[in-house]
Write a new protein. Structure first.
Length: 552
């Protein structure tokens, strides 16, 4: 386990493949260099829907302490309280696969969880613990961008620090014990699926897992290491026919009427080959948009309500999502959940702004359209610079995917007027901290410091509320993510948050010149955690801090 090893020169793993296909994003008179976009036929390929992850029994290997063959890890601090049973243990293989982002594009060598982009979807229950073993089968002599050393983060999870995917806790295929010789090293992550302080109002719902290797998160995620992790409980039960009077009976059936939509942009050369620039600390924008690893897919839907879980998994691109009919007219949808799960009340919307790593659950009612209707998920936000969106709307929106509506079928019940109560905000505020997001010597800083995994930038006590204020200068936007517990937004540029941000959040997209205050409180677990920019090129270029949670 390479807890403290630092990469002295990023990009040293580049190869002839990378050098021949990667063009640097450069600014000339304020404009970003344009890479010719290959033409692909839109809506030719179906939407890929990831498989639901199936449990694999690991006992008696599964244990609180390290087992033979596992790379270095601290003991699972919540194992005795929340022991996983044999039906909730999983093995995920991280390795090299091949993938076509469109049937008209070349076959690409990618990195995946269990062989697909995105990886399999975990479907779990609140208060039911899981153990997930991530086996690193990536070759140490790989070609191209990225690092074959990994650290997997379950984004949005309330977990012990030893299972949080700390950026400095990365390991390679060869970091294995003496009893394991026929497979790569592994790391067991314990996910209690236990809400903060045991309060059901703090349940985490739509989460995602991704690589978090220090200095190489951007290329590793770009290369394919993403997947979804969904948690249900008695309120959001995943059963639209649930007789429990507490159940909301939302559109259900993960992969059928409840579908994750992982939206990303990637850059391809004129020949359709995937490109990446590992040496640019600002990141870059893609020239093709994809949903669940496919460029411009279509999805056949029935004439009824569907739940879609949107994730912006891009490196630097913000989106303003709309639903359009063939004539380009806005269609209404219902927003029900943000990063921190369900809002108190659903919100009717026609547009949705999202930054990197944010999640949004929406419900679309296709039953109000006649069979044969085509509806499009589109992006209307103009962004030509990885630093930030322009603030303008595109005159010609980019159609990301198409919904082809079929016959009307049995529908889920109406969306309830009330979803889930929010926990009260804590009032025992003991401290205010200020975080200034800046730049120095071509890299990114927080409070004028570069990230050091061995340096503690803040010590926070259990159950003590703090106000964290963020100041952002210059011309860059930074989506900020705080690990371990959700936060509540107090003010955004001096104003109350809009309805879609009024609940619990773990990411907030900070635009240039914005000041934001949030209320944080960390519970249940101790150890090292991170706060960082989720523009992944920025976090790879040192825009992170370490904070340690300690007992009061």
């Amino acid at each position: 386990m390479n807890n403290s090893r630092r990469t002295l020169l990023k990009g040293t793993a580049t190869s002839g493949i990378l050098a021949s296909t990667c063009l640097r994003t450069s600014e000339v008179a304020g404009q970003v260099a344009v890479v010719p976009t290959p033409y692909v036929t839109p809506f030719k390929d179906p939407l890929f829907v990831p498989a639901i992850k199936i449990a694999e029994i690991m006992q008696p290997e599964c244990a609180k302490f390290r087992v033979a063959g596992e790379c270095g890890r601290d003991p699972h601090q919540a194992f005795d309280r929340f022991p996983p049973d044999a039906n909730n243990e999983y093995i995920v293989k991280v390795g090299v696969s091949t993938h076509r982002f469109h049937s008209e594009l070349p076959l690409e060598q990618v990195w995946t969880y269990d062989g697909t982009i995105p990886g399999p979807t975990f479907v779990e229950r609140s208060f039911r613990p899981t153990m997930v073993r991530f086996i690193n089968n990536l070759p140490e002599d790989h070609k191209g961008f990225g690092s074959p050393e990994i650290s997997t983060h379950l984004h949005g999870a309330h977990v012990g620090s030893e299972s949080d995917g700390y950026a400095g806790n990365y390991y390679s295929r060869e970091d294995k014990g003496p009893t394991i010789s026929d497979k790569g090293a592994f790391y067991d992550n314990h996910y209690p699926n236990y809400p903060s302080k045991g309060d059901p109002r703090n349940v985490c719902g739509t989460m995602w897992y991704h690589d978090h290797r220090e200095e190489f998160t951007a290329p590793n995620v770009y290369r394919g290491l993403t997947g979804m992790y969904l948690v249900f409980d008695e309120i959001d039960s995943g059963n639209e026919s649930d007789p429990n009077p507490k159940a909301l009976r939302l559109p259900s059936g993960v992969g059928k009427y409840d579908i994750p939509l992982v939206v990303q942009d990637k850059r391809f050369d004129v020949g359709g080959n995937l490109m990446f620039n590992q040496l640019d600390p600002e990141g870059f924008l893609g020239n093709l948009m994809m949903v669940n690893g496919t460029v411009s897919p279509y999805l056949n839907v029935e004439g009824r309500k569907y739940r879609f879980r949107l994730l912006d998994a891009s490196m630097a691109r913000y989106f303003q999502f709309h639903l359009h009919n063939e004539a380009g007219k806005d269609q209404e949808f219902t927003y029900i959940a943000s990063d921190g799960n369900l809002l108190e009340r659903p919100v009717k919307m026609t547009r949705l702004f999202m930054g990197m790593a944010e999640r949004s659950d929406i419900i679309i009612d296709f039953g109000k359209y006649p069979p044969g209707t085509k509806i499009y998920l589109v992006n209307r936000l103009e962004q030509t610079d990885p630093r930030k969106p322009s603030g303008n709307l595109l005159t010609k929106p980019v159609r990301l995917m198409r919904f082809d509506i079929g016959e009307k079928t049995t529908d889920s019940p109406p969306i309830p007027a009330f979803l889930r109560a929010l926990p009260p905000m804590p009032t025992n505020v003991v401290r205010t901290r200020r975080w200034e997001l800046g730049r120095k010597n071509g890299q990114w800083t927080i409070n004028d410091k570069f990230f050091d995994p061995e340096r503690v930038d803040a010590v926070v006590k259990h159950n003590e509320a703090e106000i964290w204020k963020f100041d952002i200068g210059g011309g860059w936007a930074h989506p900020i993510h705080i690990h371990l517990d959700d936060f509540r937004i107090l003010s955004y540029n001096g104003r109350k948050p809009p309805p879609e941000w009024a609940g619990r959040k773990d990411v907030i997209p900070l635009l240039p010149g914005v000041e934001m205050s949030v209320l944080v409180m960390f519970t249940d677990y101790v150890g090292k955690y991170m706060m960082h920019c989720h523009q992944t090129a920025h976090e790879d270029s040192a825009m992170m801090i370490r904070y340690d949670v300690v007992k009061a």
